[in-house]
Write a protein that binds this ligand. Structure first.
Ligand SMILES: NC(=O)c1ccc[n+]([C@@H]2O[C@H](COP(=O)([O-])OP(=O)(O)OC[C@H]3O[C@@H](n4cnc5c(N)ncnc54)[C@H](O)[C@@H]3O)[C@@H](O)[C@H]2O)c1
Length: 468
């Protein structure tokens, strides 16, 4: 009897161990002491870190665009204004979308580009010898596979957000970029909005003291857009997944504020979501009553603690009626900044050294006039000189143009890009990490380190500029 109990107990322990370690592959996790611990696999011998990587200057950056739906054509339009770039090729599943993009070039008096279409047209585009950069605005599910293919074929890549949808894909981007020595930048445009850029500059000048807490979000009711995503890719993804499936607009700018992988790193994450109230109602209407179970919670919240003891809050909500909000909030030991619904700054009187305002009281926002004067004084060096043109060309008020301008500027001058492959991986990693946390009852997740221990090597976020 005693022997039977011992055998059963052993079986139970083995079964438990197997279930806890079921994801114990190279890119997976184990559950230890009530925490989900992600592996950080060793760097293969044929790879080198991409931290601070710069390629040789490219006189004129030859670009191929893949994905010309709602987002892609705007990028084609913006590139028509960039002197040091040439649009060499255009590709989409549908030839008529390629033709519409050609008409943008016509309107600008620019020579038509080579055309590719169909599911694998991008392979022909990547095979061309005369392309330096592949710019991707395809459905999320295709970002990493096409980016990897492009890098393997000798191209730098710029990928719309999020760059990857799983930890395995994050590592695929890091490994391929490290092995091929090709840039892999995620196109996180919100890092280039004027308020965020100015606040980053103020943070770096010490205006807010030490930053202790930051918040970001993507709260945007996508009701008008659901029917317009090609092949229903976005709804398909959201209905199948819990978690913050679109985290990068929220987390990108605030990670820069905290110097993530440039002196600090994200250590532990906890995510929680609501039920899918509107999500399920939307799915019932779309696919038929009870036809599918909609997974993505209406509201998803994620808390992250960093190695240096800072905290981050990120939110995602794309299904309830509410004003657009990316939050962007910075709490420092000496001041506070908040972007939505109204841009506001609050500083204590000890910050007098940074401003000409002499009646500071951090319990209240300063006046709009004082805020504007302060923000003008701290305009970020990369937006100086380009801000006016950016507002004119547009793209979310100009930030998209600043992003594209910076990408081409850095390639043209052979400088490190503003956002590297580790940013792409870290910010996109929330897609899987938040889902796994939620699926385990909001269990804490020890995050992987995509720099493999080198997160303290670079000191601070630096947007490279050519010395005049
Ligand atoms: N940064 C931002 O502010 C922002 C804004 C909107 C969208 N986005 C991102 O842009 C991407 C595209 O979104 P969208 O709204 O344009 O979606 P969309 O569905 O309108 O466009 C996707 C396009 O990709 C094409 N496509 C699909 N498979 C392809 C293939 N194999 N080869 C070539 N083309 C293919 C489709 O035909 C379609 O034209 C997404 O990653 C989205 O998250 C970013």
């Amino acid at each position: 009897m005693k022997k039977t109990i011992t055998i059963l107990a052993t079986f139970a322990l083995v079964a438990l161990a197997v279930s806890c370690n079921k994801n114990k592959d190279e890119y997976g996790y184990t559950i230890k002491d009530n925490q989900i611990v992600y592996n950080t696999p060793a760097r293969p011998a044929d790879q080198q870190s991409m931290l601070g990587f710069a390629c040789d200057p490219i006189e004129n950056v030859r670009v191929g665009f893949v994905g010309l739906g709602m987002r892609g054509p705007g990028a084609v339009e913006r590139f028509c204004y960039l002197e040091d770039a040439t649009i060499v090729a255009l590709c989409d599943l549908f030839p008529e979308r390629v033709e519409s993009a050609q008409q943008i070039l016509d309107r600008h008096g620019i020579a038509r580009a080579a055309e590719y279409s169909g599911e694998e047209g991008y392979k022909e585009l990547c095979a061309r010898e005369d392309i330096d950069l592949v710019y991707l605005a395809v459905p999320w599910q295709l970002h990493t596979p096409i980016a990897v293919y492009a890098m393997e074929h000798g191209k730098h890549v710029a990928i719309e957000v999020p760059a990857a949808t799983s930890i395995k894909e994050c590592w695929d981007l890091v490994n391929t970029s490290e092995r091929t020595r090709k840039h892999c930048m995620m196109l996180e445009n919100c890092c280039y909005d004027f308020f965020e850029l100015t606040c980053l500059n103020m943070i770096q000048q010490g205006v807010f003291g030490d930053i202790v807490h930051v918040e970001g979000a993507y709260c945007h009711n996508l009701e008008p857009y659901w029917d317009r995503y090609q092949g229903d890719w976005r709804m398909t993804y959201n209905k199948d997944h819990h978690g913050d499936v679109y985290p990068t607009h929220g987390i990108g700018p605030i990670c820069e504020d905290l110097n993530i992988h440039r002196g600090d790193k994200m250590d532990v994450l906890v995510a929680m979501d609501t039920d899918a109230f509107n999500g399920q109602a939307m799915a019932d209407k779309r696919y038929g009553e009870g036809a599918v179970k909609y997974a993505n919670g209406d509201n998803t919240m994620t808390c992250i603690r960093t190695h240096n003891g800072k905290s981050i809050l990120v939110e995602h909500n794309v299904v309830t009626p509410r004003p657009y909000n990316r939050m962007y909030q910075v709490t420092g030991t000496k001041g506070f900044a908040n972007k939505y619904p109204n841009e506001g700054l609050a500083l204590g009187s000890e910050n007098i050294q940074f401003t000409a305002i002499d009646n500071l009281d951090a319990e209240e926002y300063m006046s709009d006039a004082d805020r504007d004067a302060l923000m003008a004084a701290y305009e970020h060096p990369i937006s100086k000189g380009i801000a006016e043109k950016a507002r004119e060309v547009g793209g979310h008020g100009g930030m998209d143009f600043i992003m594209d301008y910076r990408l081409i500027y850095c390639l043209h001058h052979g400088l490190p890009l503003d956002q590297d492959v580790y940013d792409a991986a870290e910010w996109s990693s929330l897609v899987e990490l938040t889902e796994v946390s939620i699926n385990h009852g909001s269990m804490p997740v020890v995050m992987p380190d995509f720099t493999r221990g080198e997160w303290n090597k670079l000191k601070g976020v630096n947007f490279a500029l050519v010395e005049e």
